[in-house]
Design a protein around this ligand. Structure first.
Ligand SMILES: [Zn+2]
Length: 117
């Protein structure tokens, strides 16, 4: 099967939102093959890591607590694409948790950081 497409070719509603393995995927239903979270490679210090955005978010979260965030690359790559991570701050909630949304293209992961540290 040769499938080289530049545009998504499926019938999913554009506002479809699914939470798949901790990754919020927009634009595809869970039943769609494009709705599966992408697997990325990124650099963490001297290592290359492989995983979904949810895995990346766990590393990112640890980096905040350990204060070594600059070790972690904000560039996530797939086989043929390079994606740039966007971090959106959603503010602090009543329990002093700082809420962030890590976004890569149509994928997002919500992260809470305990602000009392
Ligand atoms: Zn789809």
């Amino acid at each position: 099967m040769t499938e080289i497409t530049t545009a998504a070719t499926c019938d999913c509603p554009a506002d479809a939102t699914e939470n798949v393995e901790g990754v919020i995927v927009t634009g595809h239903l869970m039943t769609c093959s494009l709705g599966e979270p992408r697997r990325y490679v990124w650099r963490d210090g001297g290592d290359l890591q492989l995983g979904t955005l949810a895995d990346y978010a766990r590393t990112w979260e640890r980096g905040i607590y350990d204060d070594c965030r600059e070790e972690l690359s904000a560039e996530l790559r797939t086989w043929d694409e390079v994606y740039q991570l966007t971090v959106e701050s959603l503010g602090t909630d009543d329990a002093d948790w700082m809420r962030y949304r890590l976004v890569v293209a149509n994928e997002a992961v919500l992260v809470g950081i305990d602000g009392r540290f």
